[in-house]
Design a protein around this ligand. Structure first.
Ligand SMILES: Cc1ncc(COP(=O)(O)O)c(C=O)c1O
Length: 424
């Protein structure tokens, strides 16, 4: 089994294997059988992969720093079962809207360990956050500061806040998911942060406890994280530092992001060097916790050979928008012959009415045919969360697999779901 596992793409969930029938198994469940039983497309999650990565984050930070917490960035995979899994693993979370807050508290996250984010939080959202007892609101603008202060006074409570700092550090990622550069809609530039810090000294009902920064997502290099911490240190000393998420996940064979332990070690080292060892440190990973836990299974509907070979599947930009939003790359394999080397370069095309709806380009598939079950690894982060109903697509189910048992934790949409909110 070891040698077989080594031959599989490393973007697959931990524990993925090839069974005696030659079929790919995730969480001990045969993907060909699952596709037959539950239909496609479907997100298949290896529950143990989620748990292992959560434990790696915890162990990596706890072994290096006393006062710390790990917060799951719920936007990466907002579903009750994923949230509950991380509640069981002892994580807190961050949310970026009242909707995510609702899901997170319903799933059992302790409100006191929730950080509430957003560059344009509404009055309703701020009120909901404070009424829910959210531990920290992360302030993103002076407008918000004033709005939150007024609401906190009205509600008669004192709200702990952090200031989100935009440190002027751009990571090596797509511009659409880079947030640390100076020209950003997120956070306060360092000089503006100083102004906000002064303003908060005299604030009624708001208690400034620390700083936050999140410089971007899918980052491979560790130096930008260090540079960001160095900038935070220029703003004075605070008891709490939330240093965001951003660690890259591997989507393809050529991608080798730092291991969780390496990333955490670099952040903690930077914090000790620039902020001191006595601060409360928080990390907010999303992608690195969930991306590799999940594969999407599709069924091939058509194979068309013209200038290229176009393998058309029963999903596409409705279940994975990332290739279209930021040119994200994926690999693909066929569930009943995952180890057979493909000889034909194919484009894995979605079923939607846009030429850009291509899930993976130039993937080598072994003689693809209609009816084949195609598996795309590493779809756990920002797949389900960005899913949509384009062309009346019915969003896929989420299936948790563990030790050979599968359970549907989010059902497939049905046509009635498409009109359920329509009033006319
Ligand atoms: C404030 C904040 N924290 C954490 C994250 C998680 O980032 P990642 O999924 O790259 O770890 C995000 C993602 O955009 C974010 O906006």
């Amino acid at each position: 089994m070891e040698t077989v596992a080594a031959a599989l793409p490393h973007a697959l969930p931990l524990g993925t294997a090839v069974n005696q029938r030659g079929n790919l198994e995730v969480g001990g469940c045969d993907l060909v059988e699952l596709a037959r039983e539950l239909g496609t497309p479907a997100y298949v999650v290896a529950e143990d992969d989620l748990r292992t990565r959560a434990r790696s984050f915890h162990e990596a930070i706890r072994s290096r720093h006393r006062d710390c917490d790990v917060l799951f960035a719920t936007k990466a995979f907002p579903c009750t079962a994923v949230c509950r899994t991380f509640v069981q693993e002892g994580l807190g979370c961050e949310v970026g809207s009242a909707g995510e807050l609702h899901m997170a508290t319903r799933a059992g996250f302790d409100p006191a360990r929730i950080h509430f984010h957003g560059n344009a939080k509404t009055e309703e959202e701020l009120g909901a956050a404070m009424r829910a007892g959210v531990g920290h609101v992360v302030l993103d603008s002076l407008n918000e500061l004033e709005r939150l202060e007024r609401l906190a006074v009205q509600l008669g409570l004192t709200q702990k806040v952090l200031i989100r700092v935009t440190p002027g550090v751009a990571g090596d990622t797509h511009h659409a998911i880079s947030t640390g550069q100076s020209d950003s809609k997120f956070g306060f530039l360092p000089d503006d942060a100083r102004g906000a810090i002064d303003r908060l000294r005299g604030a009624r009902a708001l208690e400034l406890v620390g700083l936050h920064c999140h410089i971007g997502s899918q980052l491979f290099e560790l130096e930008p994280f260090r540079a960001a911490v160095r900038t935070l240190a220029t703003l004075g000393e605070f008891p709490v530092y939330n240093l965001g998420g951003g660690l890259a996940a591997a989507y393809t064979a050529g991608q080798h992001p730092p291991r969780i332990e390496e990333y955490v070690a670099a952040i903690v080292d930077a914090a000790h060097e620039f902020l001191g060892g006595d601060k409360r440190l928080l990390l907010e990973p999303g992608r690195a916790l969930v991306a590799n836990s999940t594969v999407t299974v599709y069924t091939v509907q058509t194979v068309k050979r013209n200038v290229s070979t176009w393998v058309g599947v029963d999903g596409g930009m409705s279940d994975n928008l990332r290739p279209m939003l930021y040119g994200a790359e994926y690999e693909a394999l066929i569930a009943d012959r995952p180890l057979t080397r493909g000889t034909e370069r194919c484009h894995l095309a979605g079923k939607h009415c846009e030429s850009g709806d291509v899930l993976a380009r130039d993937v080598a598939l072994p003689d693809p045919k209609p009816g084949d079950v195609v598996v795309v690894p590493a779809t756990g982060a920002y797949g389900h969360s960005l899913a949509n109903n384009y062309n009346g697509a019915l969003r896929p189910p989420i299936v948790f697999c563990r030790e050979g048992a599968a359970r549907v934790v989010v059902r497939r949409e049905n046509p009635e779901d498409l009109v359920i909110r329509d009033a006319g």
